[in-house]
Design a protein. Structure first.
Length: 234
């Protein structure tokens, strides 16, 4: 004898048990659901059809599936062609080779450095020099410097060998990343050490012509209470 359904209807569209409760009560999660993969249909790419007319050859081979009259547009994104030539950021009029700059950001903020030249990337090439205040040859964005009225004669400094590639670091290999590279910092290349010493000696020789210029480069820039940089003349 058939029994009454367990999941009785309380109202049209509302049952006593929810779908998840019915699934649990029927223990459907223990049943194995197997799907039989349909056999792949092999359809020929071409078919032969009869052609009426005595002069048409009688039979003709045509594609089995007729090509669609419509086709989707190409969704491959195409880069926009820009006619703008990449140009170097124009240098501020107050920044010229030999100008003493004050760094406003980064590891050496507050230090005074000497501007050497502008690189192809638009960044400024500066140095402390390292022997005076510990700032090595580095690149700086001109947005984060204050140009002072103090200038040095750096005509004897040779910076032709320094460009943006000079600061490029060797990329870490995937093997070194997975194995865990040593935390010890790699020693600086001898060529860079000699370049730093050569530039430092030339700048220090030019700075010693003034009695207080070396001490000025050693000192750090800072503001005291009541001092406002926009009211100062550097």
């Amino acid at each position: 004898m058939a029994h009454a359904p367990r999941n009785s209807v309380l109202a049209p569209g509302v049952n006593l048990y929810s779908r998840s409760s019915s699934y649990s009560k029927k223990v459907l999660y223990k049943r194995k659901h197997t799907k039989t993969a349909a056999a792949a249909k092999t359809t020929p790419a071409f078919k032969v059809v009869d052609v009426k007319g005595g002069k048409n050859g009688g039979k003709r081979t045509i594609p089995a599936q007729k090509a669609s009259r419509f086709y989707p547009a190409e969704d491959v994104p195409q880069p926009k062609v820009s006619r703008k030539a990449q140009s170097i950021t124009p240098l501020r009029k107050t920044i010229t080779p030999g100008t003493v700059l004050i760094l406003l950001a980064g590891r050496y903020r507050g230090k005074r450095v000497v501007f050497l030249k502008q690189l192809e990337s638009g960044l400024l090439l500066v140095t402390g020099p390292f022997k005076v205040n510990g700032v090595p040859i580095r690149r700086v964005n001109q947005a984060y410097v204050i140009a002072t009225s103090t200038k040095l004669d750096i005509s004897a400094v040779k910076t032709d060998s320094i460009n943006d590639a000079y600061f490029k670091k060797a990329a870490k290999t995937e093997k070194a990343f997975l194995e865990g590279a040593d935390k010890k910092k790699a020693p600086l290349a001898e060529s860079k050490v000699s370049t730093q010493k050569t530039i430092d000696n030339a700048i220090i020789a030019a700075a010693k012509k003034d009695a207080i210029l070396v001490s000025y480069l050693k000192s750090s820039f800072s503001l005291s209470k009541g001092q406002f940089p926009h009211n100062m003349q550097f």
